[in-house]
Design a protein around this ligand. Structure first.
Ligand SMILES: CC(=O)N[C@H]1[C@@H](OP(=O)(O)OP(=O)(O)OC[C@H]2O[C@@H](n3ccc(=O)[nH]c3=O)[C@H](O)[C@@H]2O)O[C@H](CO)[C@@H](O)[C@@H]1O[C@H](C)C(=O)N[C@@H](C)C(=O)N[C@H](CCC(=O)O)C(=O)O
Ligand SMILES: Nc1ncnc2c1ncn2[C@@H]1O[C@H](COP(=O)(O)OP(=O)(O)OP(=O)(O)O)[C@@H](O)[C@H]1O
Length: 518
């Protein structure tokens, strides 16, 4: 499919119609000229480009570079005297960029069923569950796999690679949506971060369904949101562009979420507690390697199987079921999709040969998620010792130290503090900070800055049936340190290596007799 080329006048009118023009002076440019590209990166400019000047790191030199490469007009919140290029002066560059990007790619969201998922925790997991369900339905109808834009992967049916941002910037986002239309994937599941909503990355996007999972204290820092209200209200903006809202009745502030959702023509609620919800789950039980629960929707009722531990994952599964319900997906595809679902680095579970030691790798890296996973594991393995290995990021998300310490202090028997993206700080200083918050809980902890050594110690030093949780990194393969990202061995591999040594020791010395008992 060829990308459409529209005249400059179209863009001018869009900006005018949306009150984004900051000057009524006539534009010194040919409005009939066809725009070959809209770009905010001088490195990609071709002749016939409309160049967007935006961003904290923007320099006039980029505009001069764009002009030299053939940009014939620029859009900006200020005039650059360094160039004679005509300027489309706007009062909000982020809104202007999003609407122009949407137009430049031919408003692709109008030709797709897009499900947007927001929430403090569970976005990636829910997106993977939903994609698995939608893929099942597509397969059963002989269609190709659906698309996904997530924190882990960007896969629009044409381009597939690790994601740079959870929700791409508008010009990238609209290109992915265009690719998805072009690849005839029909449906696209995407995570919508609070940053994306705050900075209008999804302005112009039509969502068939918008899912609101939950809200907790997170992402409050000088580089993200100044306070909880800014964070929460940014997330609620998702509903302003959805046909159907999917709302979790069990989340904190559910009343305010429901009220905001009412701007949508349809609202579907889901719950594990309130039987009056449109989609309700009960009778949750655990089998080896699976969680089973009975679900009722307005159209069907049956037991579903999720091959991942973690009771909070039932909430994520219900959100995916409710979104599938909004799209009219049948029960069979829902059942099969969930039964096949897996998410890299989320509740990855490894067992020792004897079965007495389980190691779980999980991406929990704030108070809310660590609380969810530790409380869930405590209920799922009531008789086992619970060890947690974790650290906190440096330079941002400072409130996570208190939240994670509170969760670990409340639920864990053994606590090992280690490295997790220290950035500009020293690992030992971050651990000392976490330690200060652990003190009131009266729990001992050990600091082992080297993560590999920390995992080894956590596994080798267990002396009764145990679960060891490696929290924070999931499937990540980099540690963000002072000099930027550096490669590291992912936790899943560390877990398997440590378990192999553990099993070998057990066989040779038979020194942990209790560990034979699962
Ligand atoms: C506020 C916001 O949306 N910021 C994003 C935005 O930055 P920016 O607009 O300030 O751009 P910039 O990086 O300063 O660059 C300036 C401009 O110069 C241009 N340039 C640069 C070099 C050159 O030679 N020529 C040139 O034209 C660049 O293309 C760019 O347009 O565009 C950048 C490029 O895409 C993003 O990296 C950046 O995300 C910030 C840094 C970021 O990472 N934010 C995080 C907090 C974020 O958004 N996270 C959420 C997930 C949070 C969650 O887990 O919930 C996400 O959705 O990923
Ligand atoms: N519904 C939930 N409630 C609380 N905690 C959850 C929930 N779902 C997942 N978690 C925890 O949060 C971690 C991250 O999950 P996931 O990646 O799905 O969330 P996310 O919203 O995409 O996170 P982030 O914004 O940090 O990328 C999981 O590894 C798990 O520990």
């Amino acid at each position: 499919m060829l990308r459409p080329h529209y005249p400059l006048g179209d863009y001018y009118q869009i900006l005018q119609k949306n009150g984004l023009l900051a000057s009524s002076a006539p534009l010194r440019a040919d409005l009939t000229r066809s725009v070959r590209m809209v770009s905010c990166d001088s490195q990609t400019v071709v002749p016939g480009t409309v160049f967007i000047c935006k961003g904290a790191a923007f320099k006039a030199a980029y505009l001069l570079d764009a002009a030299a490469k053939g940009a014939f007009v620029y859009v900006s919140e200020r005039v650059y005297p360094e160039t004679t290029l005509p300027c489309l002066l706007v009062n909000d560059i982020r809104r202007a960029m999003a609407l122009m990007a949407d137009h430049a790619w031919g408003h692709p969201s109008g030709k797709l069923d897009i499900v947007g998922i927001t929430g403090t925790k569970g976005k990636t997991t829910t997106a993977y569950y939903l994609k698995s369900i939608l893929d099942e339905e597509a397969r059963s109808r002989g269609r190709r796999e659906t698309a996904i834009l997530s924190t882990i992967v960007t896969d629009d049916g044409r381009e597939r690679r690790p994601a740079k941002l959870t929700t791409p910037e508008p010009l990238d986002l609209q290109r992915h949506l265009f690719n998805a239309v072009d690849a005839r994937v029909g449906r696209l599941t995407m995570e919508v971060s609070s940053q994306a909503l705050k900075y209008h990355r999804v302005l112009g996007v039509e969502f068939a369904v918008g899912v609101f999972l939950n809200i907790g204290e997170d992402h409050i820092s000088p580089v993200e949101h100044p306070d909880f209200e800014d964070y929460f209200s940014s997330k609620l903006m998702l509903f302003s562009r959805c046909r159907t809202a999917v709302v979790n009745l069990d989340c904190d502030h559910a009343d305010r979420v429901l009220e905001a959702a009412r701007v949508c023509p349809e609202v579907i609620s889901f719950s594990r507690r309130d039987e009056n919800a449109d989609v309700f789950a009960g009778c949750i039980r655990k089998e080896e390697n699976a969680t089973l629960f009975r679900v009722r929707t307005p159209r069907w009722a049956r037991e579903l199987r999720l091959p991942m531990p973690g009771l909070f994952n039932v909430e994520n599964a219900l959100a995916a079921v409710a979104a599938a319900e909004a799209l009219g997906v049948g029960a069979e595809a829902v059942y099969n999709g969930l039964a096949l679902a897996s998410v890299p680095g989320r509740m990855e579970t490894y067992h020792s040969a004897s079965g007495g030691l389980t190691v779980i790798v999980d991406y929990a890296h704030n108070g809310m998620s660590l609380e969810a996973i530790l409380s869930s594991v405590r209920r799922e393995y009531p008789d086992r010792e619970l060890t947690v290995v974790f650290g906190c990021t440096g330079g941002k998300g400072l409130d996570r130290r208190e939240g994670m310490a509170a969760a670990a202090g409340r639920w864990a028997d053994r606590i090992i503090l280690t490295e997790d993206d220290p950035g500009p700080e020293e690992v030992v200083d971050i651990c000392a900070d976490i330690g200060r918050y652990l003190a009131p809980c009266g729990k001992d902890y050990t600091v082992i800055p080297d993560r590999e050594e920390a995992v080894e110690t956590a596994v080798m030093e267990v002396c009764r049936p145990s679960v060891v949780i490696l929290a924070g990194k999931g499937a990540e393969q980099q540690q963000k340190r002072k000099n930027g990202p550096e490669p590291c061995v992912p936790d899943g591999m560390l877990a398997q290596k440590a378990l192999a040594r553990f099993d070998a020791n057990l066989a040779v010395f038979n020194c942990f007799p209790l560990l034979g008992q699962p």
